[in-house]
Design a protein around this ligand. Structure first.
Ligand SMILES: NC(=O)c1ccc[n+]([C@@H]2O[C@H](COP(=O)([O-])OP(=O)(O)OC[C@H]3O[C@@H](n4cnc5c(N)ncnc54)[C@H](O)[C@@H]3O)[C@@H](O)[C@H]2O)c1
Length: 275
């Protein structure tokens, strides 16, 4: 990564945001925010490694990226497995020769109060949302320290700042991700590796649609519109998020435009949370 002073000033806005010649690994890339991140980073010039448990979904996203003339590699991976995440980063190195951006996007949610949450639900959420992000950070940071630079972006949630009933395991996992991010930022800053959190607000994806989607995938549009309107009316910007709103924030943090930004939480949330 080029971080010499003066280079950015003279090279123009487009090249500041360009990821030409870089490699980005994106977990959760088969759907929603991860899909938008993968497509956006590819559009910015990165060779992209798409990772998810959903291989069919990944292949669909790879076809979308391929048809825009960019290159992408699919790796089926369960991020809660340390060895699978290590293999993912090794596959990225093997194919592209570096890992410059690691976007830890994969996540799950379980709805239950503190009193009702089962041990299985707690383990499941922490395994993906916290351990999965930890393993992604660890594997990517090792490579980035060695190569002398990189940008890690961990996806948390507005839920990390805003206690709400019924999502305790999810909110806890996301708050912990912010501390993981800050700790790693302190540890690897001297190697020119930046580590930041993106905490999206309510965004239109399969995670938020699942409450009114039946087993056959049919969406109850009226129920969806009611919830969307309710969420939008509570937001200063008057709408809920689109996956691209989050992807642009991640592109910023991945790029040289954010070369002086580390250990921070960026909140693309329409103004819903202003801690
Ligand atoms: N949608 C929102 O409103 C919202 C708000 C804040 C934060 N987020 C966060 O954004 C991220 C993406 O969520 P989304 O809304 O796009 O949801 P989504 O369900 O559309 O996508 C999540 C992806 O993660 C993958 N995944 C789940 N478990 C995995 C595992 N063990 N290993 C690998 N991949 C796995 C899924 O297959 C899926 O493709 C999550 O971390 C989520 O918590 C979402």
């Amino acid at each position: 990564m080029d971080v010499d002073s003066g280079v950015l000033m003279s090279s123009g806005i487009e090249s500041v945001f360009s990821l030409d010649g870089r490699t980005a690994v994106v977990t959760g890339a088969a759907s929603g925010i991860g899909r938008a991140v993968a497509k956006t980073l590819a559009e910015a010039g990165a060779g992209v490694v798409l990772a998810d448990v959903d291989l069919a979904g990944l292949e669909h996203v790879r076809n979308e990226i391929d048809s825009s003339g960019r290159s992408a590699l699919c790796v089926e991976v369960d991020v809660s497995s340390r060895s699978e995440v290590e293999k993912l980063v090794a596959a990225a190195l093997d194919r592209f020769g570096s890992v410059d951006v690691m976007a830890n996007v994969a996540g799950i949610i379980r709805n239950a109060s503190v009193i009702e949450t089962t041990e299985e639900e707690l383990d499941a959420v922490l395994a993906v949302n916290l351990k999965g992000v930890f393993f992604g950070c660890q594997a990517a940071a090792r490579v980035m320290v060695e190569q002398g630079g990189g940008s890690i972006i961990n996806v948390a949630s507005a839920g990390m700042d805003m206690p709400a009933p019924g999502i305790v395991s999810y909110a806890m996992s996301k708050a912990a991700v912010a501390m993981l991010t800050r700790t790693l930022a302190v540890e690897v800053g001297g190697s020119n590796v930046r580590v930041n959190t993106v905490a999206p607000g309510f965004t239109d994806t399969s995670m938020t649609r699942r409450h009114f989607t039946d087993a056959g995938g049919k969406v109850d549009e009226d129920a969806r519109d009611r919830l969307w309107n309710e969420r939008a009316s509570g937001a200063p910007l008057g709408r809920i998020g689109e996956p691209e709103d989050i992807a642009w924030a991640i592109l910023y943090l991945a790029s040289d435009a954010a070369r002086f930004v580390t250990g921070q939480v960026l909140r693309p949330n329409g103004g819903v949370v202003m801690p």
